[in-house]
Design a protein around this ligand. Structure first.
Ligand code: PA5
Length: 430
């Protein structure tokens, strides 16, 4: 049973006025396009692959027994899902904890950029004899990931041997094709397969996200069960019975009729900060096509109340803001009694209580000034609720693609940049 709560009321005219708010009439107008949508997106099948989950759990157990560090090489959709999961579920400052406090899990390093300062620092910092490397690339030919792979392969050969380096590598790539698949086959490196019809930003519930997540102790059963329950809750084509379709419809109307083309994602928890990055990617890379598409912006509560919020309150009213919060945090930390009369109102308060109050106050303030607003509430941050959240936004994005009349699963613009980089680097250097 899905247990995320959605409040769409802040997008409707009765609450924020008719200039910026939408009406049920607006929704009815797009109902016929929704009737044509088939909720049979490729990523839905990922929640029921029991055989894969068993394979992943066995392989992850070996990594947990043998290694102190897990380095993940991947970029875009091959990294952001895992980063989101790790930040949401693992204890804060995970890599600084001792092995026991990490429940025997390896430390996790996700390398999703090729800044030479950062990457070379990592290569020098880690003990490679204690390190496992998961190389993740659906296409198997992404230049950033391949470059990192060859650097680390060289290090492993030097530190271990021309034979033993392979024992430290696990490849995750397309099931049949691509240079990484060739390397996995030729070198006999253990590998996971990414199904052909799953593109990067929809791959978090495939081996791309699940394997490294299982290595660091994330409960992938619970994650998949949250995702599966949300998928069942979002099957109906009746807008009022399907929150993902409803949110897609609201955002589509906001963008195309109300000219609110910026979609701000503002979670109120450090554990969900990277969820906003994941959302920005899936929204932008899936929907930004043929001269159309809403612009995602990531924000963080409460931090960005002291930065972006002024713009959202009094700047151009051209955005729709989503506030995501959790009903409870895992820790309590209270302020001691405060002697100062001026500050006594915070004495004895829990930080979570202050954060929740600020979230409520910001929600109210945005509504009062007529700014379109959606709220999503998680009962707690857990594998199950994160599974729900990720599935919800995958379905919402795929449905939105249908409303915009574009393919939400390709990324021709990104591919062009990749192609040109390869061509430029293939020319002889001066
Ligand atoms: O969502 C996508 O398809 C992209 O962001 C890719 O994940 C990214 O470009 C990396 O591609 P690959 O996994 O093929 O290395």
């Amino acid at each position: 049973m899905a247990d995320l709560k959605f409040d769409f009321s802040g997008a409707f005219s009765e609450n924020i006025g008719s200039e910026h708010g939408i009406t049920s009439n607006d929704i009815e107008k797009i109902a016929p396009s929704i009737q044509n949508i088939r909720i049979d997106f490729p990523f839905l099948k990922l929640t029921s692959d029991k055989q894969l989950v068993n394979e992943i759990k066995n392989a992850a157990e070996q990594v947990r027994c043998k290694f102190q560090n897990l380095v993940v090489l991947g970029i875009g959709g091959s990294a952001l899902g895992l980063k989101t999961l790790a930040q949401a579920i693992l204890p804060p400052y995970f890599n600084f904890l001792d092995t026991k406090s990490r429940s025997g899990s390896p430390r996790l390093f996700v390398c999703d950029n090729i800044d030479p300062d950062h990457f070379s620092a990592l290569t020098k910092m880690l003990d490679w004899k204690e390190t496992c490397v998961n190389v993740i690339s659906k296409s198997g030919k992404t230049i950033e990931t391949l470059s990192q792979f060859y650097i680390i392969r060289d290090i492993l050969i030097k530190k271990l041997s021309a034979r033993r380096w392979k024992e430290h590598i696990i490849i995750t790539t397309d099931q049949d094709s691509g240079p990484l698949r060739t390397i996995a086959n030729e070198e006999k490196i253990p590998s996971f397969r990414v199904p052909q019809d799953i593109s990067g930003r929809y791959s978090v519930l495939s081996a791309v996200g699940l394997f490294p997540a299982a290595c660091v102790g994330i409960d992938i059963h619970s994650l998949l069960s949250g995702a599966a329950d949300m998928a069942s809750a979002c099957k109906d084509l009746n807008i009022e019975k399907n929150p993902a379709i409803k949110n897609a419809a609201i955002h589509y109307i906001m963008d195309t009729i109300k000219r609110h083309s910026t979609s701000v994602m503002m979670p109120y928890s450090d554990s969900l900060a990277l969820f906003a990055d994941w959302y920005a990617q899936i929204w932008a890379e899936s929907l930004g096509k043929k001269g159309a598409g809403p612009t995602p912006v990531k924000a963080l509560g409460v931090t960005d109340q002291h930065s972006q919020l002024q713009l959202y309150m009094e700047g151009p009213n051209d955005k729709i803001i989503t506030i995501v919060g959790a009903e409870k945090f895992r820790s309590r930390i209270s302020i001691p009694n405060v002697a100062s009369k001026e500050n006594s109102y915070i004495g004895g308060r829990d930080l979570g209580e202050i954060l929740a109050t600020e979230q409520k106050a910001t929600t109210l303030a945005l509504k009062q000034v007529g700014r379109p607003l959606i709220t999503v509430t998680l009962p707690e941050i857990s594998e199950y609720t994160i599974g729900e959240l990720l599935m919800f936004y995958q379905i919402q994005t795929a449905v939105s693609g249908k409303l915009y009349g574009i393919n939400p699963f390709d990324q021709p613009g990104v591919e062009l940049g990749k192609k040109l980089t390869r061509e430029m680097l293939s020319r002889p250097s001066n």
